[in-house]
Design a binder for this molecule. Sequence first.
Ligand SMILES: Cc1ncc(COP(=O)(O)O)c(C=O)c1O
Length: 415
Amino acid sequence: MELTRPATAAWRDDPAAYWAALESATAHLDPPFAVLSLPALSHNAFDMLGRANGTRIRVASKSVRARGVMDAVLRVPGYRGVLAYTLAEGLWLATEALAAGSTPDVVVGYPSADRWAIGALANDPRLASTVTLMVDSLDQLDLIDAVVSPARRQAMRLCLELDASWDSRLLGHVGTWRSPVHSPEQARALAEAIARRPGFRLVGMMAYEGQLAGVADAPAGKPARAAMLRWMKRRSAAELAERRAAAVAAVRHVADLEFVNGGGTGSLETTSAEQAVTEIAAGSGLFGPHLFDGYRSFRPAPAAALALSVVRKPRSRIATLHGGGWIASGPPGADRLPRVAWPRELRMLPREQAGEVQTPVTGRDATSLRIGDRVWLRHTKAGELSEHVNTLHVIDGDRLVESIPTYRGEGKAFL
Ligand SMILES: Cc1ncc(COP(=O)(O)O)c(C=O)c1O
């Protein structure tokens, strides 16, 4: 699979033809299954590069969870390296890349307490020189030392995570609870302490601004909330830009940083505007799940979708789909449900919503649905879709061009 910038945007300009092409390319498949539209994926990949404005993008693997897709994206100039979501996953990716003759570049985006994986990393010099661990406290270094003492291992590559959340006087704490390292002084102190420890090498910094990257600022039908969120984002971005620049400068006095990672799909514009950031970790925007429909500055193509079959009609205006309850992580709410993409005039029923084995839908288009027809849905999030299927079928026009195994299809479940 090769990603090239598409000339047209069928998903937007002629959605009926777009979904009909997906339907005809997969006519021989039985739902449930998932597809990935190659032109839509390519559009998203190039659009993200444009939004990153020259800052390179590290692929957030949790938002893809299919090696064949990540490899294709990483062949596009402007993309480099993977932000893994567990150490075991990072080791697997790096091992497979080495076996294929390429040079892995893996940063594990979250601290790990997986003793087996830490041991495997520490005992393999080739992996230890390509996989970087995330830390925000000396306790995590102690845990690594307890698994393999510094004298018996090669230096571990470390990335220091800075807290990117915002303490607003009006809103309280805004953002995710991650690193305890908030101020430039704290960042420098931790960097100095790491420098004094044998068996470690500080090579990177990361700060993930979830309140900017992961929060939609143009929620449909909620103008007051949208205005508040835009205000929050403006203020938080300004606060972070100043603090991150100071923290990076402070740490650079102590360590020779190879990279400074920040942001995500939803913050490519603001994160790339910061001089201190050398790369952005992003992945969700590639699949274009519906969580990202509510952003003001961009609108991803619906590249990933799932097909379900109509298996019964309890009433003429209700069609019941087989499956559908692929609910996304995050604060539970209606926005975590898959959203019907096509036929368009369908909606779930409030008392039943998306079920474990069946999902009734109603609306204008339900009347014409027959047993065996298909309904296309989009997941709220990106990589979680890959946990439900073994394969992503790649569609170009009305042809199925490739079937790529997901992590699950490769027998891998990490988190
Ligand atoms: C550390 C980190 N970086 C970046 C991202 C952004 O990923 P995405 O672009 O898939 O939203 C996330 C998402 O949670 C993250 O945890």
